[in-house]
Ligand binder design. Structure first.
Ligand SMILES: N[C@@H](CCC(=O)N[C@@H](CS)C(=O)NCC(=O)O)C(=O)O
Length: 265
């Protein structure tokens, strides 16, 4: 039992999933503090003192806040090296970091991909006030503008096309890497794999599963990730089946448009 670890997170957040996977892989026990992103918990002044970027996750270790999901995972590796998620060799460590940095760039498209498809119908059906409230819940003008486009234009927006292209490129890069090794960065499982999983999973939850199935190495990797003991406590235990069903149903409705865009990407 590890005293002193508290994770401020949200169940479906990709960045939170990434950190929960690293915690579970390392067998670390933590206190869970859920932040409701839909009601603006990330803007609570007490939370902003921990994470001035108004986002989840934040890990607090013995009173010290640690932010940025990729860096939280590296911090866990430094502070709790007993079960390593980084290789020993410097070249291999660099290979892992190339992946985690790349996945951070893909993350920049995750909100547009999600909100143009998943909760899109629910929010739009509630009218303009609901759209405005959702846009206002995002921190920063750039993020707000992207959210507005995702909600007002959905999968028809060029921004959605850009986000989809980024995710398809990620799958292609993964398929390529997995030709020569069982895990993304090297022969051994690492923080590269825990970083990528939430984004592949997000595609599945948005009913874009055929994009994964078209890449057999990625599909096999995903099945192996889901079979690891970390998957239950980090992912399944935090997935609300009705939310996933809603995301999948809405994704399935727009799949023909998405399929056409992905083929053109
Ligand atoms: N670079 C940050 C990104 C964190 C991030 O974007 N978190 C999202 C959830 S995955 C969030 O808290 N969004 C709240 C909002 O947009 O208002 C990290 O890796 O921790």
């Amino acid at each position: 039992m590890t005293d002193g670890l508290t994770l401020y997170h949200a169940p479906p957040s990709t960045c939170a999933q990434k950190v929960r996977l690293a915690l579970a892989e390392k067998g670390l026990v933590y206190q869970s503090q859920l932040i409701d992103l839909f009601t603006g918990g990330q803007h609570d002044p007490d939370y902003v003192k921990l994470n001035p970027n108004h986002v989840v996750p934040t890990l607090v270790h013995d009173g010290r806040p640690i932010i940025e999901s990729a860096l939280i995972c590296e911090y866990l590796e430094d502070a709790f090296p007993e079960i390593p998620l980084m290789p020993q060799d410097a070249v291999c460590r660099h290979a892992v970091r190339l992946w985690t940095q790349y996945i951070d760039r893909v993350h920049a498209y995750a909100a547009v991909l999600t909100f143009a498809v998943g909760p899109h119908k629910m929010i739009v059906s509630q009218g303009q006030a609901a759209i405005e409230a959702n846009v206002a819940s995002v921190h920063g003008k750039k993020g707000q503008a992207a959210r507005r486009i995702a909600l007002e234009q959905g999968v028809a927006s060029p921004l959605f096309g850009e986000a989809l292209a980024a995710f398809v490129a990620m799958l292609d890069r993964m398929e390529d890497a997995l030709q020569s090794s069982p895990w993304l960065a090297n022969a051994s499982f690492s923080l590269a794999d825990t970083a990528a999983l939430p984004y592949v999973l997000r595609l599945d939850h948005l009913a874009m599963t055929p994009l994964i199935e078209a890449r057999p190495k990625v599909a096999d990797w995903l099945a192996r990730m889901a079979a690891r003991p970390s998957y239950g406590p980090a992912i399944t235990d935090f997935l609300a089946p009705p939310l996933v069903a809603m995301l999948k149903a809405n994704g399935a409705e727009v799949w023909p448009e998405i399929d056409a865009l992905a083929k053109a990407a």
